[in-house]
Design a protein around this ligand. Structure first.
Ligand code: NAI
Length: 342
């Protein structure tokens, strides 16, 4: 099998711990990875380079593929988010976050299966903030027709490819009539023109969140602008066991960066107790992405092998503490490795 070349960014906080676990599982599964390690975030700063080094971006551009641990962003001061910077620099406009109930992970609901598509490049995340006069500050929400049409088209295409039935847009166009109004208008145009066979509806985001926690099974795919996608992703993570079990992909036309939805979890960093599953699942998404790109069934088989192994581990009650178990990061990785054969 042709090697899979990808950049590996360990990230900050629990990043190095969970990344190490994922690499060990990939090695044990004989995935033909050729990792090129690069730094970003606090790790890059400590090594004396910029927070988002140009060579990290260039390497991802070269390989078109990266697996990334979480990077810390200081609150209320300091450097701007490395994660946002990377998505913008590489134009990774579509974030994909599958949220699914897992066997062995007991939560309030049993049949959650939602795919969140988040617009990744604009909205309030544009970081355009301004102090008009002392005590008066503003933040600009940017929505462009091009980006709104692009993400809507991407979402409907994805839905078709994955045989999903329905897309729901959460919005606040009753208040942000122009920006969120444009977002839903674009989604509606794409739906009507090219994808009338896929069900489509819109919900004001506050009511949407209430419905999500009452009965998530009524949702199939959610299409959201940047900030709503960020917030609703964590809400949905809470429906299936928490941030330790929700993977993600940031996809553009020329490459993709795979990372968990969770952050660097400074509260548990260095303790060896972080759940590596979200990053492992992101790695499995990466393999499926490469399998699709290359039209290579053998890579898909490797992805399935790892997926079956972690599902079996959970079903056998091998769990980290966030899921109510007692295992540490390495012990859970070992439990997955032991189940790769069958
Ligand atoms: P967080 O996701 O790091 O942590 C929230 C809570 O979930 C914490 O209690 C943490 O211990 C727990 N948690 C998260 N991942 C876990 C895992 N794998 N296993 C077990 N428990 C886990 O969110 P928080 O605290 O808001 O952010 C911390 C830092 O991470 C901030 O600097 C933030 O900017 C950054 N961040 C980075 C992201 C990225 O790199 N894509 C995404 C989200 C936040």
């Amino acid at each position: 099998m042709k090697p899979i070349k990808a950049v590996l960014i360990e990230g900050d906080g629990i990043g190095p711990e969970v990344t190490r676990a994922v690499v060990a599982i990939f090695n044990a599964a004989c995935v033909p990875m050729e990792w090129t390690p690069h730094k970003a975030g606090l790790a890059a700063l400590s090594a004396g380079s910029e927070v988002l080094p140009a060579k990290t971006i260039d390497a991802i551009k070269e390989y078109g593929l990266a697996l990334k641990g979480p990077c810390t962003t200081p609150i209320g001061k300091g450097f701007t988010s490395v994660n946002v910077g990377l998505r913008k620099a590489l134009n990774l406009y579509a974030a994909v976050r599958p949220v699914r109930s897992l066997q062995g992970v007991k939560t309030r609901f049993e049949n959650v299966d939602i795919i969140i598509i988040r617009e990744n490049t604009e909205g309030l995340y544009s970081g355009i903030e301004n102090e008009v006069t002392p005590g008066v500050v503003t933040c600009m929400k940017v929505a462009t027709e091009a980006a709104c049409l692009r993400i809507a088209l991407w979402a409907f295409r994805f839905a078709t490819h994955r045989k999903r039935k329905k897309i729901t847009v959460f919005h606040k166009a009753n208040i942000m009539k122009v920006t969120d109004g444009l977002f839903i208008n674009c989604a509606e145009r794409i739906h009507k023109k090219d994808y009338p066979n896929i069900d489509y509806n819109t919900l004001i985001i506050d009511a949407g969140c209430m419905r999500l926690v009452q009965d998530p099974s009524q949702f199939d795919m959610l299409l959201l602008e940047n900030l709503y996608g960020d917030v609703v992703s964590d809400l949905c993570a809470g429906l299936v066991g928490g941030l330790g079990v929700v993977p993600g992909a940031n996809i553009g036309d020329h490459g993709a960066v795979f990372e968990a939805v969770h952050g660097s979890a400074p509260d548990i960093a260095g303790k060896g107790i972080a759940n590596p599953l979200a990053l492992l699942m992101s790695g499995v998404m990466m393999l499926n992405y490469v399998a699709d790109e290359r039209d290579d069934v053998s890579i898909k088989k490797l992805a399935d092998k790892i997926k079956n192994a972690y599902n079996q581990a959970l079903a056998d009650n091998c769990k980290t503490r966030d899921l109510g178990g007692e295992m540490g990061t390495d012990a859970f990785a070992k439990a997955v490795i032991e189940r790769l054969g069958g």
